[in-house]
Write a protein that binds this ligand. Sequence first.
Ligand code: ATP
Length: 450
Amino acid sequence: MPTYHLAIDDTDSLRMGCTTYVGALIVERLLPEARFVDYPNLIRLNPNVPWKSRGNAAVCLRFSSARTEGEILELAASIVEENRDRLDGKNQPGIALLEGEVPPQVKEFGRRALFDVLSLEEAYRVAAQSKIGFRTIRGGRGLIGAVAAIGNTLEADHTFELIVYRKRDAWGSPRKVDAESVRSMDKETAPHTFNNIDPETNRILITPHGPDPILFGIRGESPGVVIDALGKLVFEEGEKWIIYRSNQGTDAHMINRPKISSLTPYQAAVIEGAVSKKPVTLRGGHTIVEVADGSGCIDAAAYQQSGDIERAARALLPGDIVRVYGGVRVLDEGEAGGKLTLNLERLDVLELVDSVKRNPLCPRCGVRMKAKGRNKGFECEKCGKKSESPVIENIPRQVRKGTYLPPPRSLRHLAKPPRRLGLEKLSWDGTVGRFFGSLNPQHPAEDPRL
Ligand code: ATP
């Protein structure tokens, strides 16, 4: 039986739907016949593309099947068509299907889609070169994400997310998930699950807020731990569950390390350089740090919501060496060559200026001496006392070397939370366990919690 990679993107809108849900419906239809060679993949792409609806997610399913390419594309296209938001002017679904090994040019397209802005023309070109069959609906921009999802084969670090979908008649109503059960699940499964709650505000993070089909999603290091965590939660109106393997929480988008002079809008970028001016804190609590790397300089913006990043940024001084991670934005977009800024997602403080050279104080008069010229020493203007060398004075610093991240409630899907440090994976062993089930009380055998 041939092995296929089937990917979908841009099926939803802010008003309804969710690409992972459409993915789950396709899984449900394929499962009786297909043999999955991987967990369904949930691939997050460049979070800075301006036309995403939420978290720039695409889905790829990898399986062997006796069906033909045409049959699979037809099946996927009909499920996408039935479930997309037809009233939304923005959604432009793309469905892509590759048979066999994923070729290097598709992997490369997928790698670049994590941090750069790619064109639909390039997606068509890569699809043609790689014999990827596709269907597009309306503009078909979703083909970019679909081809990129095929290319992201998650061979190194990855995480899992168990998503529970709710019954259709509950879409749009408040979610019934017991907050206390989430808090105790978090304690019992830490550090192997992440982003369950926000410790500062005690807010539950596993439930989204929109009218979409998702009841909640539990993120963790293995299929076993997310299933275990599901069994600890108290909730109502769950209908089915699926486990996705994903690049969420892996920093997969932080692989682009360009010079400042070559930055382009909406990229995700990592820049290393020196703070070139004293940071400015604006009204509203946002802090702007200018960073220079020899090729140019850029304003890095730390928003108040970024918590520790903003507090660290405002304490920086000219000469400090930093690594800044974030998304490139354009200010004054209407004007020619609009100014670029970097919205900070992470800040590494690498070196701190801890002392300054100053003119010595006159031991007799207590006033600061004047420099007599380059390498000519210093002299007191009052009494004429001379001194040969400057003095080194320590600067007390309000910031330490280290990594600064936003609180979990402001982390992007791709950002690696501190809890994952040391748990990163170097490979995947290819074992696929159970990843889909029903929560229908009429079929308790299907319920993983029993
Ligand atoms: P959700 O998270 O709810 O699934 P979304 O945030 O994924 O929604 P989409 O509606 O899928 O948003 O829109 C993202 C669009 O951006 C898609 O058309 C996708 O093909 C496109 N896209 C994804 N990555 C890139 C990229 N690197 N460059 C250009 N376009 C991209």
